[in-house]
Design a protein around this ligand. Structure first.
Ligand code: NA7
Length: 553
């Protein structure tokens, strides 16, 4: 039975100003996925409470305010598809939206669908435990609140727990230290000596902006990275109208695609076409801009020789724009195939190294020894700094889940269950943890797909599953151990058949000391994954045990 049936008032109703302490569903996180989960589940008639650790909604798009922060997926695609009117009324101003514009959009969505009344801000969920006798979760927050619910949805984001590097002496720095994912409002870089550690997507987006403001900028690069110019541009009224007219087709293509984008790769192998055809195809993708360069040809991420054709095209482009050939060499990755780490999307990143105030420090040649009060000490020298920017990324995919003490059946914690690496069925369920759903976590395409469409796909699947349980008189749903084992093995096989595990990436947890090395996302493609989970649902939730209500005490 729905809790909303027995307890009809909402937290914002004048008769009951106190938030409920018993709901059908608790959602953790009010980012893109959490907001849609609230909307969909509430529309289905369930009572829902959302807890958000931040002071406002938006998730990563609330926190990642570093200079130059943008999405690397085109704005028209990186937007909700669930409501046609919303899609038609919202105008994106640029091809790639900035962080402030995406946050404005999410505020618009929250207001339009009246979401805020069920969201509790500034409140971190710290503990969740499952009670078998009542088949419900007890959720505790850092503010001492305790809420019970039949279902829990983790919408905590795969890239939301900052990776702070263990560099000796970090605390002794006398200047300011900031992490890109929690950029404070009061950072003034004008004319100052700035050190940026990290050259992933965040560093590569921020560096050109910081270089324009700073006196001197020192970039501490551990691993050179592949990046493609965004080719960003304002969207005029005509282009926006054309996008809006084509939304149905755009969404259809995206849902069927490998990565949740409407752009299709070349139909043939990179090795089957002539040199000219290959060059034209790469040039077209280069002009399209950004991360989709890794999907120019279908075998680019499975065949090393095919991958090398992309790499050599890319290298020529970079050598052509970096003035100093020695600097260019250091900026060209030599240790991993192109696309095995997420390709970055930049705006004049490589050209920035032509500026006199920008200095590249290769920390493989001159390792960072420690941070001292006046700056960063490398093997060769002490570099004096006023500000250190940590663009060091995230404890990806499992970091934010790990922060919550999740206790399932028989007192088992999720941390114990995942001690050798995350284990899920379809990314959505874990054996031993009934009625707990994970959005865009390990075992799903997650970060390899368009995260907005991915959130909608997962939330819709979860909402349908909850509706199915209710209609079928079942109280709980739990992935079986056999299904989890088979899915983990399938995900590993699929990853091993690609070049992806050849890079020390955060996909593998390789960026965080002590993390088990397991390739976490499902690499089989967004469209394929969508068919698999739809088929599982159509087959009576194959691989899940659905517990009849009467078996509960
Ligand atoms: P990333 O892609 O994980 O990049 C982090 C960068 O920080 C990367 O260059 C790391 O080098 C570097 N790093 C991390 N720790 C250290 C230490 N201890 N010393 C030196 N350098 C270090 O995070 P981003 O925030 O840029 O992007 C994450 C995703 O967000 C991105 O893919 C988009 O999907 C959005 P490494 O490569 O590990 O040698």
């Amino acid at each position: 039975m729905r809790i909303s049936d027995t307890s009809p008032t909402t937290p914002s109703s004048p008769a009951s100003p106190r938030p409920r302490d018993h709901v059908d569903v608790v959602v953790v996180g009010a980012g893109i996925a959490g907001l849609y989960a609230l909307h969909r589940l509430r529309s289905d008639g369930w009572s829902v409470r959302v807890f958000e650790a931040g002071p406002d909604i938006g998730g990563v798009w609330f926190w990642n305010r570093y200079p130059g922060a943008r999405c690397d997926v085109e704005s028209v695609d990186y937007s909700y598809s669930f409501d046609t009117a919303l899609q038609q009324e919202w105008d994106w101003s640029e091809k790639y939206a900035t962080q402030p514009e995406i946050l404005r959009y999410l505020h618009h969505v929250a207001d339009r669908f009246d979401l805020r009344r069920d969201i509790t801000l500034d409140t971190r969920v710290v503990d969740m435990s499952f009670d078998e006798s009542s088949s419900s979760w007890t959720v505790r927050t850092d503010r001492g609140e305790e809420v019970t619910s039949r279902f829990c949805v983790l919408a905590v984001g795969p890239l939301s727990s900052a990776n702070i590097p263990e560099i000796p002496g970090l605390d002794s720095f006398s200047g300011q230290i900031v992490h890109t994912s929690s950029w404070p409002e009061d950072v003034d870089l004008t004319g100052r000596r700035v050190g940026v550690i990290g050259t992933g997507s965040s560093g590569i987006q921020a560096i050109p902006h910081i270089a324009r403001e700073a006196g001197d900028l020192y970039v501490f690069q551990r691993t050179a990275n592949f990046s493609i110019p965004a080719g960003n541009r304002p969207l005029d009224a005509q282009t926006r109208a054309q996008y809006k007219r084509s939304y149905d087709e755009r969404r259809r293509l995206s849902m069927e695609s490998g990565g949740g984008s409407p752009h299709r790769p070349h139909p043939e192998s990179a090795l089957a076409v002539t040199d000219d055809e290959r060059r034209i195809a790469y040039e077209k993708r280069w002009q399209l801009g950004g991360v989709l360069f890794s999907k120019t040809f279908p075998d680019q991420l499975t065949d090393r020789a095919a991958n090398d054709t992309a790499r050599s095209f890319w290298e020529q482009k970079i050598r052509a724009v970096v003035d100093d050939p020695a600097v260019a060499e250091r900026l060209i990755p030599g240790d991993h195939p192109i696309g095995a780490k997420r390709i970055c999307t930049d705006d004049n990143y490589f050209e920035t190294y032509n500026r006199a105030n920008v200095h590249l420090v290769d920390v493989r040649q001159s390792p960072i020894d420690c941070v001292v009060a006046e700056g960063i000490r490398t093997a060769g020298e002490t570099i004096g700094l006023d500000v250190i920017v940590l663009a060091t990324g995230f404890d990806a995919m499992t970091g934010s889940i790990d922060r919550i003490n999740i206790v399932g059946r028989d007192g088992q914690t999720l941390k114990q269950a995942w001690s050798a690496g995350p284990r899920t069925y379809l990314g959505l369920g874990v054996d031993g943890f009934p009625n707990l759903f994970n959005i865009a976590g390990p075992g799903s395409p997650s970060v390899l797909a368009n995260m907005v469409l991915h959130a909608e796909l997962h939330v819709d699947w979860v909402a349908d599953a909850i509706g199915h349980l209710d209609a079928a008189g079942r109280r709980s749903i739990e992935a079986t151990t056999e299904a989890v084992d088979a899915w983990v093995a399938d995900c590993a096989d699929r990853a091993d058949n690609t070049l992806m595990p050849q890079a020390n990436s955060w996909y593998l947890g390789a960026n965080v000391p002590g993390r088990p090395r397991v390739f976490m996302p499902f690499v089989g493609g967004f469209g394929v994954y969508r068919e698999i989970i739809a088929d599982v649902a159509a087959d009576g939730y194959r691989g899940f045990a659905l517990m009849p209500a009467e078996e509960l005490t």
